[in-house]
Each structure stands twice: as C-alpha cells, then as structure tokens.
Design a protein around this ligand. Sequence first.
Ligand code: NAD
Ligand code: UDP
Length: 332
Amino acid sequence: MNILLTGGTGYIGSHTAVALGQSGHEVTLLDNLSNSDTAVIDRIAQIIGKRPSFVHGDVRDTALVRELIKVHSIDAVVHFAGLKAVGESVAHPVDYYANNVQGTVSLLQAMQAESVKSLIFSSSATVYGVPQYLPYDEDHPTRAINPYGRTKLHVEEILHDVAQSDASWRVACLRYFNPVGAHESGLIGESPRGIPNNLMPFIAQVAIGMRSELQVFGDDYPTPDGTGVRDYIHVMDLAEGHVAALDYLNGRPGWSAINLGTGQGYSVLEVMQAFERANGCAIPYAIAPRRSGDLAAYYASAEQAHKLLGWSAKRSLDEMCASTWRYYQTGV
Ligand code: NAD
Ligand code: UDP
C-alpha cells in the first residue's frame, strides 16, 4: 500500500517508516520540520535500502495534503504530526489545539475530498487520566488531565463521529504508552531539542556526559521503590504495531481504540539500573521533588492489541536501553 505518514521525520514516524518499508509498503513522509530534521531520511534509506518520498509542509495545508494524496496515490494515512510536551501544552494551549486538533480536522478534510478513508491516529495513554484501576484497559474512563491529553481525546472523539457518519471510514486510535529506544542499527532514534522532558533521553545524556546527574522526580509514591512506574515500550515494537494495525484496518470499517504497551511497569530506578546494566556505565542521580502533574503509576492492558492485531511487544527493557545508547554513540 501507499502510506502517508504525517510527522514522518519525527521519532515514532521515522521508525514506523522503517517498519512499513520493510513490510513492502511505499511510504511518503510529510513534515513541517518543527521538531525533526531531514537528515533522518538518508538514515531510513540506509536501513531499508530505499529513500522514502518526503514533502516539506504543514498538515494544516489542506490543498497541499490533497495534492500529495493524489500524486502519491495514497491508500491510508498514519497521523503522527503534532505537539507532545505536557508542560508546554499547559502554557500554550492554543498552539496545542491548533496543531493537534485543527491539524487533524484539516487532514480529514483532505482525506474526505480525495476519498481516502483509512487512518491510524497517534493517541496516548494520557487520555485515561487518573487511574481508577490498573492496568488501564480500553474501557477505562477517559479523563485527560492536561491540555495535551485533551487534544488527543478531542481528536479521538472527532474520529469517532466521522466513522459513525460514514461506514466506509476505517480508523484506529493507537494509545501509546512510553515509547523509548532506537532502531537496532543506532542510525535513527530520539534527539530531543534542549533539555529532555522524558526519562530515557535524560539518562542517555547523563551517560554521555552532557548532563551531570539524573533528577529522580519523587521517591515517596505508593510504588514498590517509591519512584514513578510507567509502561516503557521499544519504539520498534511500537512501529511494528502500526504495521499490524494497517493490516487490521484492511476490510474492517469503523472506529477502534487500542493500547500499544507491554503490560509491564518499571520504576524510574529500575530503568536507570537497566541502563547501567545494559551499557556498563554508572548514572549519577539525586532524589528531587515530585514533578507537578505526574501520576504515581500506570501501565497498559495489552490484551486487546494481541486479540485484534495479533501483535504484542517483544523487546526487553535491556534492549530499549542498549539501543538508546547505540544511537547516542553514533554521535547524533
Ligand atoms: P516528534 O515530535 O518526534 O514527531 C512529530 C513530528 O511532527 C515532528 O517531526 C514535527 O516536526 C512534526 N509536526 C508537528 N506539527 C506538525 C504540523 N502541523 N504539520 C506537519 N508536521 C508537524 O514526536 P513523536 O514522539 O514521534 O510523536 C509522534 C506522535 O505520537 C505525536 O502525535 C505524539 O503526540 C504521539 N505520542 C508520542 C508519545 C511519546 O512519548 N513520544 C507518546 C504518546 C503519543
Ligand atoms: N522522570 C524523572 N526524571 C526525569 C524525567 C522523568 O524522574 O528527568 C520520571 C517521571 O517523574 C516519571 C517517569 O520518569 O515517573 C517517566 O517520565 P516521562 O516524562 O519519561 O514520561 P511520562 O511522565 O510522560 O509518562
């Protein structure tokens, strides 16, 4: 199939381009480069032996998206493009609604006009909000607790309405847990701009000497070692989940929401120790106050993904840490 990846030069988009390319799909990447670089295109080409098409532009440019759907004979879209920093979304909600919600509406207008009605949307575990029970399954109430999470929830609801209105739409909202790691080659990975918000890139930057120590945000949570627990998923497992979701959508109209996680939670200290073990290095750290807005613990029920997509995550926490380190050692 010919697949359009909005936000395709970003972290998850680039890894998914590899997984789709290696499964025989033709990929076209659309990105406004607000949080990525064209250098990744050569690296994808190095891994899959073929250079994906790239269009520099904004997903809100409906005319451009219509044109590229026609030119590249697009059959389905994977919609990654958007902003993703929770703290920034609290400070700049309008930017988040404009990019994430308005961006999706513009994309839907282009798809509808060109009769392309298969869509995979990058949603997030943040749609669930404060856990009423764990693991979160897809029936858990959705009560996002910050503007970023609410953009994801609004988009899921918009997509639900669209699928209800026209039985030829096929929509899967994939609720990602915590994607980490890099492609096994170390050629592509996650390079956050500025100080990383997320745990794994921060640990990697301490390991490589860019930062002096990891701040562990809180050690008094009601978790086994007092530090926050999350469901970390290797980005290549996540990427392969998209290939499985595309197969699933083929021939199945309607809307679905599916968790992509491992089902296993790890604490901050466990991740740090796994990084030290996998890479033979020491990570200096200090206990710091809790980060505002953080939840103590959450992890996925991975059953629905297994049942519907025939997919489950395969790679271990040690592989997540080793591939991150390999990527950092390539000097990116
Ligand atoms: P990323 O920032 O690396 O990739 C997003 C890409 O979209 C970037 O390349 C950026 O330049 C591009 N982009 C942003 N706005 C755009 C626009 N208006 N038009 C065109 N391109 C635009 O982020 P990522 O980690 O790869 O995340 C991809 C998607 O997955 C996002 O929607 C994010 O909200 C979602 N998600 C990410 C995580 C995570 O922890 N990384 C977790 C859950 C969900
Ligand atoms: N965390 C931390 N120090 C950091 C970054 C994150 O202790 O520098 C903790 C954070 O409090 C949470 C976990 O690591 O318990 C995962 O945080 P991340 O920002 O990666 O993911 P999210 O909170 O969005 O799930």
